[in-house]
Write a protein that binds this ligand. Structure first.
Ligand code: ADP
Ligand code: MG
Length: 583
């Protein structure tokens, strides 16, 4: 774990904070081991003759030492804990900003749940190592060495060595049994959550189960689960008992050696009574650091696995990259598509074939086609979420592959079919494409998208939380929020509506389209409107009819309408006759 650049870079950056923490903890431990010594001296004073003044003196010494210890130890502990939190935040940010760079396909291969589990499990595990791990190893190392130094120099080194032998087995026990306990409790947890899933499923389908007389089978399934939980829990109890018995056993043996051997040394006056008492206190101070050594080994093993997983995630390279020296976005961009053919990596048939057309700057293209015709694929190519071949798509005469993706994102406003809402205030839902959200722009965009009145009637207006954790909007309202979100990007030179008015009633749709038309004329926005409702495409300049990824028809609405037998005129007649309200 300590060789991975994520960690080494962090240590380098915060090296002085770490040095301070090490020094603080080190000195605090040196102070801490003075305590048994002071008690030993006090006991020796009892034999030499004690006065109240002397007792006060020792009490004063103890107080000063304890305060010094607490302050320094606290400082070290706090610093290490704080740095670990900084590291954790830094890791999370790295992961998120890395994911932002990857394209949509990556998230089709890795489910969002999987990715989040790394943020929720692996990142905290690494933080634990950086906080608990480092602070325990510091404490353990300093306390162990300082205690040994005291017992060897001030008491007796043979006594120290002899009593220490059984204690040295403590880290071995912790490293051997600790991970087994962890694994076993995870198994118990898993069995428990399987049982609760099963209970939920059974109870939810209780009517079905009863109507099919399936109770005995259900009960049997449940019993099998509870048996499993019992078996796994018993294994856990066994492991815990063994662990909790072994540590006191080893400590006990160590104390027995200390009492027998140390007692003899005291009787033969090789060490003083105070030294003997102090030694037993020192011995008890060694148990914790030795357990900590074992713990730390376990923590570091876990976190090194987590850290490797995080590093693997960070190594995923975006397949679509920016050109070495991107060209700047043309100010009045036309869109030219030149014999564009595109096939998804794992499919056999191209999703688009030989598409050639030009959308002059400031004009509007309508696209019609059945589901699966390739409409959304064309949008993804224009947004460079998918990579077209060189020479296939030009924006303002510049190959789309020569533009930076950030520039493209800033200048192309895309409204997907499913108006997605984030669980935050509706105003921010509209304003977030802007770096500094301007309330006037947000209101203006909401007005153009015909959602302003709806928002003003919400309990807290623009501050109303929407989405999963807030109030639920209808499909049409969601779509209108999504349109407002696109309109707030006033720098956008290209606007793409991917069937994004399908859930809006046709009256509102016409009114939104009229507002867009006005905007188009003012800003010279190049627009693409994909729609199943041909009435939405009444005012477009050209229409492309896509069929199976190919250009079935292309021309002005008037041209296409006069082409009898064509798909467009067929659909047009169905829609105008099938429902007068659509017209
Ligand atoms: N990520 C993908 N991987 C493979 N094939 C895809 C992917 N997305 C869409 N397709 C296929 O490409 C074709 C066009 O899809 P799409 O562009 O979504 O059509 P539309 O938007 O016109 O309904 C369909 O055959 C679809 O199955
Ligand atoms: Mg689509």
């Amino acid at each position: 774990m300590w060789k991975q650049p994520l960690v080494t870079d962090f240590f380098k950056k915060y090296r002085w904070d770490y040095v301070m923490a090490v020094v603080a903890v080190g000195i605090s431990k040196i102070i801490q081991v003075q305590i048994p010594n002071i008690i030993g001296n006090l006991i020796n004073q009892f034999r030499l003759g004690i006065t109240v003044r002397l007792i006060q003196h020792y009490a004063g010494e103890l107080a000063v030492v304890s305060i010094g210890y607490v302050l320094l130890f606290g400082l070290g502990q706090f610093t290490v804990g704080k740095l670990a939190r900084i590291f954790e935040a830094h890791l999370r940010q790295r992961l998120f900003s890395h994911w932002e760079l990857l394209e949509v396909q990556y998230f089709q291969k890795h489910t969002v749940g999987d990715l989040l589990s790394h943020v929720l499990n692996d990142v905290p595990t690494v933080r634990q190592a950086m906080a608990g791990g480092i602070s325990q190893i510091l404490q353990a190392a300093f306390l162990f060495l300082a205690t040994l130094a005291m017992t060897v120099t001030k008491i007796n080194w043979i006594l120290t060595a002899a009593s220490l032998i059984p204690l040295l087995l403590i880290p071995v026990v912790v490293v051997r049994i600790g991970p087994k306990i962890r694994r076993q409790s995870r198994l118990v947890q898993e069995a428990l959550s399987e049982m609760s899933d099963l209970a939920e499923e059974s109870l939810q389908s209780i009517r079905l189960i009863k109507s099919t007389a399936n109770e005995p089978i259900e009960t049997q399934r449940f019993t099998r689960k509870t048996d499993l939980i019992y078996d796994r829990s018993m294994d856990l109890v066994r492991l815990n008992t063994t662990f909790q018995a072994l540590i006191p056993l080893l400590t006990g043996i160590s104390f027995a050696i200390a009492l027998v051997f140390g007692g003899e040394l005291t009787l033969t006056h090789k060490i003083s009574l105070g030294a003997f008492v102090a030694f037993t206190v020192y011995l008890s101070m060694l148990v914790r650091p030795l357990m900590q050594f074992g713990n730390v080994i376990n923590i570091f093993q876990n976190s090194s696995a987590s850290l490797s997983r995080i590093e693997t995630l960070l190594k995923a390279k975006p397949q679509i990259t920016d050109p070495a020296s991107p060209q700047s976005m043309p100010s009045f961009p036309s869109v030219t598509i030149q014999d564009l053919t595109f096939k998804y990596p794992h499919s056999t048939k191209p999703a688009l074939q030989h598409i050639t057309l030009k959308i002059p700057a400031g004009s509007t293209l309508g696209i019609v086609g059945h589901t699966g015709a390739g409409k959304t694929t064309l949008c993804s190519l224009l947004l460079r979420e998918l990579d077209p071949d060189p020479g296939a798509i030009f924006i303002g005469g510049v190959d789309i592959r020569d533009l930076s993706r950030a520039d493209l994102r800033d200048h192309v406003a895309y409204v997907p079919q499913e108006g997605f809402l984030f669980s935050f205030p509706v105003g921010d839902n509209i304003g977030f494409p802007l770096t500094d959200s301007n309330p006037a722009l947000v209101t203006e965009a909401a007005h153009k998208a015909r959602i302003l009145t709806t928002i003003q009637n919400m309990p807290r207006g623009f501050a109303t939380i929407v989405g999963e954790r807030g109030i639920n909007l209808s499909g049409g309202q969601r779509q209108r929020v999504a349109i407002a979100r696109a309109l707030v990007k006033i720098d956008a030179k290209i606007l793409i509506l991917d069937d994004s008015l399908s859930a809006v009633d046709s009256g509102t749709e016409s009114s939104i389209l009229a507002a867009l038309q006005e905007l188009r004329q003012k800003n010279q926005t190049t627009t693409i409107i994909i729609s199943h409702r041909l009435s939405s495409l009444r005012d477009v300049d050209h229409i492309l009819v896509l069929e199976d990824g190919m250009m079935a028809e292309y021309g002005t609405p008037k041209d296409l309408l006069s082409r009898l037998g064509g798909l467009y005129s067929h659909l047009y007649h169905i829609q105008t006759q099938g429902g007068a309200h659509l017209g």
